[in-house]
Design a protein. Structure first.
Length: 243
């Protein structure tokens, strides 16, 4: 089984078949459970997440109906959703939910980096990035938990990408890094960490003028830009990493 949240909310069964959850509230309930697998989701939190202030006349009964229909849509996978006496729980191993799989791969990748294994780290972090199939939680924008959940997943995405950048730089793969880092810088121009990694990659690729231009562009207006030191030091306007 694999529950996917990093894109459209779906479930892939052990048979390899994708189970599409078409009803928005059923998808939202599955997402609430999968965002915190193996933890009990109490009825109050579930009702708040599914209806917020637009409560049905009988919220507890309505929740039971949503869960019953979700289980029917899941088919054999429904055995993983359990009532624990005080709420519902999704029983899943870390590799059975894409979010927890990414978190595990990130932890392993960082460990590999800390222990001077950049090639292994790059492999692990590439695998983590590959689990994103699109914008997370597609179709759930109207639910109250969406904004906080999206922020968490966006921060996770950025953390994985930044770690992979560091792994690539330590492996000498700076040219490969330049193929996509510009998109990340454009998406968040004030992120000094990603921009600093871009400066290092440009410098090591022999594009020193571009590296200086990127760093000067990032210098805050209240102080003059300083020249970067991609080999380990750093000017105040730009803070490249020290691979």
């Amino acid at each position: 089984m694999l529950v996917r949240l990093l894109g459209e909310v779906t479930v892939i069964g052990d048979d390899g078949e994708t189970r599409w959850i078409h009803a928005p509230r059923q998808r939202a309930l599955l997402a609430l459970l999968a965002l915190h697998p193996n933890r009990v989701l109490g009825p109050h939190a579930a009702i708040e997440g599914l209806w917020a202030e637009a409560l049905p006349e009988h919220p507890a009964e309505a929740l039971q109906v949503v869960m019953s229909r979700l289980r029917r849509a899941l088919g054999p996978v429904a055995v993983c959703t359990r009532w624990e006496g005080c709420g519902y729980r999704l029983e899943a191993r870390p590799d059975e939910v894409d979010v927890t799989r990414v978190e595990e791969l990130l932890q392993q990748g960082r460990y590999a980096l800390d222990h001077d294994e950049p090639t292994r780290a790059a492999h692990l972090l590439d695998a983590a990035l590959a689990l994103w199939t699109g914008e997370p939680l597609v179709g759930l924008e109207g639910f109250s938990f969406f904004t906080a959940a999206l922020q968490r997943l966006s921060e996770l995405h950025r953390a994985v990408y930044e770690a992979r950048c560091r792994a690539y730089l330590q492996c000498g793969r700076h040219l490969e890094l330049l193929t996509d880092i510009g998109e990340w810088v454009a998406a968040d121009p004030v992120d000094e960490h990603i921009r600093g990694l871009q400066v290092v990659a440009l410098y090591r690729s022999g594009r020193q003028a571009e590296a200086l231009a990127v760093c000067d562009h990032n210098a805050p207006p209240w102080r003059p830009a300083r020249r970067p030191w991609p080999w380990g030091g750093g000017g105040q306007g730009c803070r490249p990493c020290s691979p």
